[in-house]
Design a protein around this ligand. Structure first.
Ligand SMILES: [Fe+2]
Length: 208
């Protein structure tokens, strides 16, 4: 029995990435249980396909995120993703064909990879992304004036701060307003979803 259970020690403190990691652990655990129960090959195939699809979506998302903030260790990080991609591609047909030993070797690899990758590599990436977003929000405060609260709503001090002055640095998040995974502009008042209305602040830089 391996440990595919997500725990707070895997948290990277970007809500969307953490949600994707939780799903990944759950899917991997499901695959392990299916194989241990000697389930029909159709069930195993279904779990493997779910794992492949989720891994690709998740890796693509992280790689987009890293590129959007010009992450300096992008190549090193992507290399680890590519290792997992290649390993899965190599082992999936063997596992689907009922090779129990191959399944064992692959699950052992995956458990260790997920532990190391989320605990170190993803945490480093997330720290850089959070820092990048905070630093650009600070730049925006300095350029356009800090938002101030008046009349119960969020107002900005200067006319320039309300103008669509760009280009804004970009990052990728789940939008709390439209619910989609979208590009967000980093503005003085927070992250703004490009798909939503101008004033929709969709993520909180300090809490996310
Ligand atoms: Fe990653």
């Amino acid at each position: 029995m391996r440990h595919f259970t997500w725990s707070p020690e895997h948290e990277v403190f970007i809500a969307q990435i953490d949600a994707e990691h939780r799903d990944l652990f759950q899917i991997a655990e499901g695959l392990e249980q299916t194989m241990e129960a000697h389930a029909p090959s159709a069930d195993i195939k279904e779990h493997l396909q779910a794992l492949t699809a989720h891994l690709e979506d998740h890796f693509s998302h992280e790689e987009w995120l890293m590129q959007s903030v010009s992450y300096p260790s992008y190549g090193w990080h992507k290399q680890q993703h590519d290792t997992a991609r290649r390993r899965l591609k190599l082992f999936a047909p063997l596992i689907e064909g009922g090779d129990a030993e191959a399944a064992d070797v692959f699950l052992e690899f995956l458990a260790g990879w997920m532990q190391d990758h989320t605990g170190v590599t993803d945490r480093m990436m997330a720290a850089f992304v959070r820092n990048y977003e905070r630093s650009h929000a600070t730049d925006a405060f300095e350029r356009w004036g800090a938002p101030s609260r008046s009349g119960g709503g969020l107002r900005v001090r200067t006319a320039a701060a309300t103008a669509d002055v760009g280009p804004f640095p970009k990052t990728m998040r789940f939008c709390k307003v439209c619910g989609d995974q979208t590009t967000h502009e980093i503005r003085a008042r927070g992250l703004a979803c490009v798909k939503c209305a101008e004033r929709s602040v969709s993520a909180d830089l300090d809490r996310d």
